[in-house]
Design a protein around this ligand. Structure first.
Ligand SMILES: *Cc1c(COP(=O)(O)O)cnc(C)c1O
Length: 397
């Protein structure tokens, strides 16, 4: 997945154009910038590639989720449905605006189970936030039908699946609003960065203002601009945007390398009858950022994971025991361990996650191993890796 593996001359050239002007900020300084507007150029390129009307670049993927929620008018006490298997950024962004994260089971897609989503809806629910984990997507068709029926916003976290599609549409563009991360370990990187994409003009305008202290960006005098509503600073710098501008041009090249490497590994593992694979919903095509597969049960998955590690197969993850990606280790959320007081709505409404039954998630995540697909591997390295994986698995099961 990581774009940093193939970092080089193109990225350096774009960054140097910014350094030559000395204008490191995306807004203002028109006279000094010598025509360089990297954030705007990257927003245009991203919107075009993702087949949407608008993109707003931000300082991180977490910022993108926060800004997306704020832009859709979500605030204190609103409930946002999110999966048990994701990155901590999901609940961080929800709680940053005073909203309440409602965790819901995942299924064999390793993403939100639509039936569990429907069961979790209350009169306070405003958003359904599927997270397209590890290169593949939630059942967006089913989730969209639920959102339409209950008048909810569908917000896609496509941070780990940029370049995947559903019913021919780029992930992130199917729902009302979509988010990407360009942090250092994502498929394409800005160093740090993120983006919101949408076809909703109101959301785009809100995101544009909210991410820059509420600036309305009308006119040529920043100090004289109006502030129609309260905002914050989630801006990206021109230096980070310049890196991303070089990387987005290479997205399709990266995706084709991922697919090639993924296919070699998958074909090898498919020869083992005891290994099954995560379900990709009908109409979906993965980004091939990871290969995720199931073993018979939790014990077997743990043994295979250990065997892969000691057998020299790196970059394979057993998420069930991971501190950052699965609800079991999120005791800081369960116990609301924050530095200061949180918004009252969160204390009042957060379910007691030490008591909620997520055995349906455990059933799938406990059996899952995900292996990162790297871009820098040679074909012979991938084949060697495939052979090692098959050997370890066969010896373990
Ligand atoms: C990386 C990631 C984020 C957050 O992105 P940052 O740019 O690191 O803040 C959010 N959601 C998912 C699923 C991610 O993988």
């Amino acid at each position: 997945m990581p774009g940093f593996e193939l970092f080089g001359d193109k990225e350096r050239a774009e960054v140097n154009k910014v350094l030559d002007t000395g204008v490191l900020m995306r807004y203002g300084f028109d006279g000094m910038r010598n025509g360089q507007w990297k954030a705007i150029e990257l927003e245009k390129a991203l919107a075009k590639r993702m087949q949407v009307n608008h993109a707003q670049l931000l300082s991180s993927g977490t910022a993108a989720l926060t800004v997306a929620l704020a832009s859709a008018g979500i605030g204190a006490g609103d409930e946002v449905i999110m999966p048990t298997f994701t990155f901590v950024a999901s609940f961080e962004s929800i709680m940053a605006i005073g909203a309440v994260p409602i965790l819901v089971d995942v299924d064999d897609t390793l993403t939100l189970n639509p039936e569990a989503v429907e069961n979790a809806i209350t009169e306070r629910t405003k958003v359904v936030m599927p997270v397209h984990m590890c290169g593949s997507m939630a059942d967006l068709k089913a989730l969209k039908a639920i959102c339409d029926k209950h008048d909810l916003i569908l917000l896609e976290d496509a941070c780990q699946a940029i370049g995947g599609t559903f019913e021919g549409k780029p992930l992130g563009s199917y729902g009302d609003i979509g988010c990407f991360s360009f942090d250092y370990v994502k498929t394409i990187t800005c160093g740090e960065g993120g983006a919101v994409i949408t076809n909703n003009e109101k959301y785009k305008l809100n995101a544009d203002h909210y991410s820059d202290h509420g600036h309305d960006h009308i006119g040529k005098d920043r100090g004289a601009e109006a502030h129609p509503f309260l905002g914050y600073n989630y801006r990206i710098s021109e230096l980070n945007a310049a890196v991303g501008l070089a990387q987005i041009d290479r997205l399709d090249e990266f995706l084709s390398i991922q697919k090639k490497n993924y296919t070699i590994l998958r074909d090898a593992l498919e020869t083992i009858p005891e290994v099954t694979f995560r379900r990709v919903p009908d109409g979906g095509e993965e980004s091939y950022a990871f290969l995720s597969f199931f073993l018979e049960d939790e014990q077997m998955a743990q043994k295979v994971h250990e065997g892969l590690g000691s057998g020299g197969v790196d970059a394979c993850f057993y998420w069930y025991n991971n501190n950052w990606h699965y609800y079991r280790k999120w005791e800081h959320l369960t116990n609301l361990k924050s530095l200061g007081k949180l918004p009252q709505a969160i204390y009042n409404q957060l379910p007691d996650y030490s008591k909620v039954d997520f055995t349906k998630s455990d059933h799938w995540v406990g059996r899952t191993i995900s292996c990162l697909i790297k871009l820098g591997w040679s074909e012979s390295e991938v084949k060697e890796r495939a052979a090692k994986m098959v050997k370890v698995i066969k010896e373990t099961i």
